[in-house]
Design a protein around this ligand. Structure first.
Ligand SMILES: *Cc1c(COP(=O)(O)O)cnc(C)c1O
Length: 247
Protein backbone atom coordinates (compact mmCIF):
# COMPACT_ATOMS: atom_id res chain seq x y z
CA UNK A 1 0.00 0.00 0.00
CA UNK A 2 1.23 3.44 -0.85
CA UNK A 3 1.31 5.74 2.13
CA UNK A 4 -0.20 8.97 0.83
CA UNK A 5 0.08 11.89 3.23
CA UNK A 6 -3.25 13.19 4.54
CA UNK A 7 -4.29 16.83 4.10
CA UNK A 8 -3.10 17.80 7.61
CA UNK A 9 0.36 16.41 6.91
CA UNK A 10 0.50 18.11 3.52
CA UNK A 11 -0.41 21.41 5.13
CA UNK A 12 2.27 20.93 7.78
CA UNK A 13 4.79 20.05 5.11
CA UNK A 14 4.07 23.33 3.29
CA UNK A 15 4.36 25.25 6.57
CA UNK A 16 7.71 23.64 7.41
CA UNK A 17 8.98 24.13 3.85
CA UNK A 18 8.24 27.88 4.05
CA UNK A 19 9.85 28.22 7.49
CA UNK A 20 12.89 26.24 6.35
CA UNK A 21 13.33 28.46 3.30
CA UNK A 22 13.18 31.49 5.60
CA UNK A 23 15.78 30.13 8.00
CA UNK A 24 18.08 29.06 5.17
CA UNK A 25 17.81 32.56 3.71
CA UNK A 26 18.72 34.09 7.08
CA UNK A 27 21.77 31.81 7.34
CA UNK A 28 22.84 32.65 3.78
CA UNK A 29 22.46 36.39 4.41
CA UNK A 30 24.40 36.19 7.67
CA UNK A 31 27.18 34.26 5.96
CA UNK A 32 27.31 36.81 3.13
CA UNK A 33 27.55 39.67 5.65
CA UNK A 34 30.33 37.84 7.50
CA UNK A 35 32.16 37.04 4.25
CA UNK A 36 31.83 33.33 4.89
CA UNK A 37 30.67 30.64 2.44
CA UNK A 38 27.10 29.55 3.29
CA UNK A 39 28.04 25.88 3.31
CA UNK A 40 30.27 26.56 6.32
CA UNK A 41 27.21 26.69 8.57
CA UNK A 42 25.15 23.59 9.36
CA UNK A 43 21.51 23.93 10.38
CA UNK A 44 20.37 21.67 13.20
CA UNK A 45 16.58 21.55 13.60
CA UNK A 46 15.71 21.42 17.29
CA UNK A 47 12.51 19.38 17.32
CA UNK A 48 11.73 19.25 21.05
CA UNK A 49 7.99 19.23 21.87
CA UNK A 50 7.18 18.48 18.20
CA UNK A 51 6.20 15.02 16.92
CA UNK A 52 8.24 12.46 15.02
CA UNK A 53 6.15 13.22 11.92
CA UNK A 54 7.63 16.75 11.90
CA UNK A 55 11.13 15.27 11.99
CA UNK A 56 10.23 13.03 9.05
CA UNK A 57 8.87 15.99 7.06
CA UNK A 58 11.99 18.04 7.78
CA UNK A 59 14.24 15.17 6.70
CA UNK A 60 12.21 14.82 3.51
CA UNK A 61 12.69 18.58 2.97
CA UNK A 62 16.47 18.13 3.16
CA UNK A 63 17.32 18.66 6.83
CA UNK A 64 20.06 16.21 7.76
CA UNK A 65 20.67 17.19 11.39
CA UNK A 66 18.10 17.24 14.19
CA UNK A 67 18.47 17.88 17.90
CA UNK A 68 16.63 17.16 21.12
CA UNK A 69 17.21 18.21 24.72
CA UNK A 70 15.45 15.56 26.85
CA UNK A 71 16.11 11.85 26.69
CA UNK A 72 12.58 10.85 27.73
CA UNK A 73 11.25 12.60 24.65
CA UNK A 74 14.15 11.97 22.27
CA UNK A 75 14.49 8.20 22.68
CA UNK A 76 10.98 7.24 21.50
CA UNK A 77 11.03 9.97 18.83
CA UNK A 78 14.31 8.72 17.37
CA UNK A 79 12.92 5.19 17.35
CA UNK A 80 9.75 6.31 15.55
CA UNK A 81 11.75 8.25 12.95
CA UNK A 82 14.01 5.25 12.35
CA UNK A 83 10.98 2.97 12.04
CA UNK A 84 9.67 5.36 9.36
CA UNK A 85 12.90 4.83 7.45
CA UNK A 86 14.52 8.25 7.96
CA UNK A 87 18.10 8.52 9.13
CA UNK A 88 18.96 12.03 10.33
CA UNK A 89 22.01 12.72 12.47
CA UNK A 90 20.73 13.07 16.03
CA UNK A 91 22.29 15.71 18.27
CA UNK A 92 21.65 15.66 21.99
CA UNK A 93 21.79 19.29 23.19
CA UNK A 94 20.28 19.29 26.69
CA UNK A 95 21.62 18.84 30.18
CA UNK A 96 22.53 15.19 30.50
CA UNK A 97 22.52 13.10 33.65
CA UNK A 98 25.00 10.28 33.86
CA UNK A 99 22.26 7.69 34.35
CA UNK A 100 20.78 8.73 30.97
CA UNK A 101 23.97 8.15 28.99
CA UNK A 102 23.10 4.56 28.23
CA UNK A 103 19.85 5.54 26.56
CA UNK A 104 21.32 8.57 24.74
CA UNK A 105 24.17 6.43 23.38
CA UNK A 106 21.51 4.33 21.67
CA UNK A 107 20.52 7.05 19.19
CA UNK A 108 22.71 10.15 19.49
CA UNK A 109 25.39 10.63 16.86
CA UNK A 110 26.58 13.81 18.54
CA UNK A 111 26.33 14.88 22.19
CA UNK A 112 26.78 18.66 22.41
CA UNK A 113 26.38 19.06 26.15
CA UNK A 114 29.34 17.28 27.75
CA UNK A 115 30.46 19.60 30.54
CA UNK A 116 32.23 17.43 33.11
CA UNK A 117 34.94 14.81 33.26
CA UNK A 118 32.59 12.38 34.98
CA UNK A 119 29.92 12.83 32.32
CA UNK A 120 32.52 12.22 29.58
CA UNK A 121 33.53 8.98 31.27
CA UNK A 122 29.92 7.83 31.69
CA UNK A 123 29.16 8.60 28.05
CA UNK A 124 32.26 6.74 26.86
CA UNK A 125 31.27 3.75 28.98
CA UNK A 126 27.76 3.77 27.49
CA UNK A 127 29.16 4.02 23.95
CA UNK A 128 31.52 1.12 24.64
CA UNK A 129 28.61 -1.07 25.72
CA UNK A 130 26.82 -0.24 22.50
CA UNK A 131 30.02 -0.75 20.49
CA UNK A 132 29.88 2.64 18.84
CA UNK A 133 31.63 5.96 18.93
CA UNK A 134 29.99 9.30 19.61
CA UNK A 135 31.01 12.77 18.49
CA UNK A 136 31.26 15.22 21.36
CA UNK A 137 31.11 18.97 21.78
CA UNK A 138 32.14 20.33 25.13
CA UNK A 139 29.52 22.74 26.39
CA UNK A 140 31.10 25.93 27.67
CA UNK A 141 29.63 28.39 30.09
CA UNK A 142 30.23 31.84 28.62
CA UNK A 143 29.78 33.63 31.96
CA UNK A 144 31.27 30.97 34.23
CA UNK A 145 28.03 30.64 36.21
CA UNK A 146 27.83 27.12 37.56
CA UNK A 147 24.04 26.84 37.60
CA UNK A 148 23.18 26.58 33.92
CA UNK A 149 25.53 23.93 32.63
CA UNK A 150 28.84 24.23 30.86
CA UNK A 151 32.52 23.93 31.63
CA UNK A 152 34.80 26.97 31.85
CA UNK A 153 38.46 27.83 31.92
CA UNK A 154 39.09 28.75 35.53
CA UNK A 155 36.46 26.68 37.27
CA UNK A 156 37.31 25.92 40.87
CA UNK A 157 35.75 22.49 40.34
CA UNK A 158 38.31 20.28 38.52
CA UNK A 159 35.43 18.17 37.16
CA UNK A 160 34.07 21.23 35.29
CA UNK A 161 37.36 22.74 34.12
CA UNK A 162 37.26 23.25 30.35
CA UNK A 163 40.75 21.97 29.56
CA UNK A 164 40.25 18.93 31.80
CA UNK A 165 36.91 18.05 30.21
CA UNK A 166 38.36 18.44 26.71
CA UNK A 167 41.39 16.33 27.60
CA UNK A 168 39.13 13.62 29.04
CA UNK A 169 36.99 13.53 25.89
CA UNK A 170 40.05 13.50 23.63
CA UNK A 171 41.55 10.67 25.63
CA UNK A 172 38.55 8.34 25.56
CA UNK A 173 38.49 5.89 22.64
CA UNK A 174 34.72 5.93 22.17
CA UNK A 175 34.42 9.72 22.03
CA UNK A 176 35.58 12.03 19.27
CA UNK A 177 36.18 15.61 20.33
CA UNK A 178 34.73 17.87 17.62
CA UNK A 179 34.49 21.29 19.27
CA UNK A 180 32.44 23.52 21.54
CA UNK A 181 28.78 24.36 22.16
CA UNK A 182 27.35 27.32 24.04
CA UNK A 183 24.10 29.09 24.78
CA UNK A 184 24.15 32.87 25.22
CA UNK A 185 23.67 33.50 28.97
CA UNK A 186 20.39 35.04 30.08
CA UNK A 187 20.65 38.79 30.27
CA UNK A 188 23.66 39.06 27.97
CA UNK A 189 23.48 40.83 24.63
CA UNK A 190 24.21 38.26 21.89
CA UNK A 191 27.18 40.38 20.66
CA UNK A 192 28.87 40.26 24.06
CA UNK A 193 28.15 36.57 24.55
CA UNK A 194 29.34 35.40 21.15
CA UNK A 195 32.39 37.70 21.15
CA UNK A 196 33.45 36.12 24.44
CA UNK A 197 32.70 32.66 23.05
CA UNK A 198 34.87 33.38 19.98
CA UNK A 199 37.82 34.16 22.27
CA UNK A 200 37.24 30.95 24.23
CA UNK A 201 37.05 28.97 20.97
CA UNK A 202 40.28 30.55 19.66
CA UNK A 203 42.18 29.52 22.76
CA UNK A 204 40.58 26.09 22.70
CA UNK A 205 41.67 25.43 19.11
CA UNK A 206 45.26 26.24 20.00
CA UNK A 207 45.22 22.98 22.02
CA UNK A 208 42.73 20.99 19.91
CA UNK A 209 43.29 22.02 16.31
CA UNK A 210 40.92 19.42 14.82
CA UNK A 211 38.03 20.36 17.11
CA UNK A 212 36.69 23.02 14.76
CA UNK A 213 32.95 22.85 15.42
CA UNK A 214 31.36 25.84 17.13
CA UNK A 215 27.68 25.27 17.90
CA UNK A 216 26.10 28.60 18.80
CA UNK A 217 23.05 30.59 17.84
CA UNK A 218 19.35 29.83 18.02
CA UNK A 219 16.19 31.27 16.44
CA UNK A 220 16.67 34.77 17.87
CA UNK A 221 20.43 35.22 17.60
CA UNK A 222 21.75 33.04 14.77
CA UNK A 223 22.98 36.02 12.72
CA UNK A 224 25.17 37.24 15.56
CA UNK A 225 26.50 33.75 16.21
CA UNK A 226 27.43 33.37 12.54
CA UNK A 227 29.18 36.76 12.61
CA UNK A 228 31.32 35.40 15.46
CA UNK A 229 32.21 32.12 13.79
CA UNK A 230 29.44 29.61 14.55
CA UNK A 231 29.69 26.53 12.32
CA UNK A 232 26.42 25.02 13.59
CA UNK A 233 23.18 26.81 14.51
CA UNK A 234 20.44 25.13 16.55
CA UNK A 235 17.06 26.38 15.43
CA UNK A 236 13.75 25.38 16.99
CA UNK A 237 10.90 27.87 17.07
CA UNK A 238 11.80 29.71 13.84
CA UNK A 239 11.38 26.41 12.01
CA UNK A 240 8.66 24.56 13.86
CA UNK A 241 6.70 27.32 15.58
CA UNK A 242 6.49 28.69 19.09
CA UNK A 243 6.62 26.08 21.80
CA UNK A 244 4.21 26.24 24.75
CA UNK A 245 5.87 27.94 27.75
CA UNK A 246 8.20 25.62 29.69
CA UNK A 247 8.06 23.15 26.77
C1 LIG B 1 15.50 24.65 22.49
C2 LIG B 1 16.95 24.80 22.23
C3 LIG B 1 17.40 25.46 21.06
C4 LIG B 1 16.47 26.09 20.04
O1 LIG B 1 15.89 27.24 20.57
P1 LIG B 1 14.95 28.20 19.66
O2 LIG B 1 15.00 29.50 20.36
O3 LIG B 1 13.60 27.59 19.67
O4 LIG B 1 15.54 28.23 18.31
C5 LIG B 1 18.77 25.53 20.86
N1 LIG B 1 19.65 25.01 21.74
C6 LIG B 1 19.25 24.37 22.86
C7 LIG B 1 20.29 23.83 23.77
C8 LIG B 1 17.90 24.25 23.14
O5 LIG B 1 17.51 23.63 24.26
Amino acid sequence: MVDTPGPALQERRAELAAALAGVRARIAAACATAGRPADEVTLIAITKTYPATDVQLLVDLGVADVGENRDQEAAPKAAAVAAAGRRPRWHFVGQLQRNKCRSVAGYADVVQSVDSVRLAMALADAARRRERSIEVLVQVSVDGAAGRGGAWADSADPDRELAAVAAAVAGLDQLRLRGLMAVAPLGWAPEAAFARLAEIADRFRADHSVATVLSAGMSDDLETAIAYGATHVRVGSALLGMRPPLG
